[in-house]
Design a protein around this ligand. Structure first.
Ligand code: MG
Length: 218
């Protein structure tokens, strides 16, 4: 089995050491490299070609949002498989994390998450799915959801059922959980989700959450 190569970009040496140990302790993961700021992160990525990068947001020299964009556009220019990027945030209410997702990151995880959650997030994004810290999502909505803003026109094109499923997905529920809540089969939920993504012009569930957040839909 090929191990997942994981790299870390963070300005705190102690945090880097902790993650290095955590990743190295896992038989299916390999620690590929680390960098102390976003600019170093770009060079380190070009050198070590990790599969997954854990990316801090607030760093000197270059922040994690700009570094994420640069790393992904460099991969696109070289036509190489882009690394999956998980943004690490300190705060639940982090608009910067939402911006990083729009810049191409595959998910965000709180820095004080359980190690097991972070490891699961690495494996999940590597497998091609998106990851969002559930508590972060909930907080975003609790904080911003009360503001009234006009409904975007694309949203009006969803059927009542699709809107319900959109809102459940926006709260971070899995297909299985949505299926249970809506008394549907998982396959049907999957079909609804892809129709919703198509109508809204979104790539994946992370973008769905960000869309809901930006339009105050939850
Ligand atoms: Mg930092």
């Amino acid at each position: 089995m090929k191990r997942i190569r994981v790299a870390l970009v963070d300005d705190q040496a102690l945090f880097r050491a902790g993650i290095r140990m955590l990743v190295s302790s896992q038989p299916d993961l390999e620690f590929a490299g680390e960098a102390g700021d976003g600019l170093e992160g770009i060079a380190m990525t070009a050198r070590t070609r990790p599969d997954v990068i854990l990316m801090d947001i607030r760093m000197p020299v270059m922040d994690g949002i700009e570094s994420t964009r640069a790393i992904l556009s460099a991969a696109a220019e070289r036509s190489t498989t882009p690394p999956r990027i998980i943004v690490l945030t300190t705060f639940d209410l982090d608009e910067a994390a939402a911006r990083a997702i729009r810049g191409g990151a595959s998910g965000f995880v709180l820095k004080d998450a359980d190690p097991e959650f972070l490891l699961a997030a690495i494996r999940t994004v590597h497998a091609g799915s998106a990851v969002i810290a559930a508590s972060a999502t909930r907080e975003l909505f609790e904080h911003f959801g009360v503001l009234a803003v006009p409904e975007p026109p694309e949203f009006a094109e969803l059927t009542a059922r699709e809107k319900e499923i959109f809102l459940l997905a926006a709260r971070g529920l899995s297909n299985a959980e949505i299926a249970k809540a809506e008394f549907l089969s998982e396959a049907t939920v999957k079909t609804h989700i892809s129709r919703v993504l198509g109508k809204l012009g979104l790539r994946d569930r992370v973008q769905l959450v960000v869309f809901a957040y930006e339009h105050r839909l939850a």
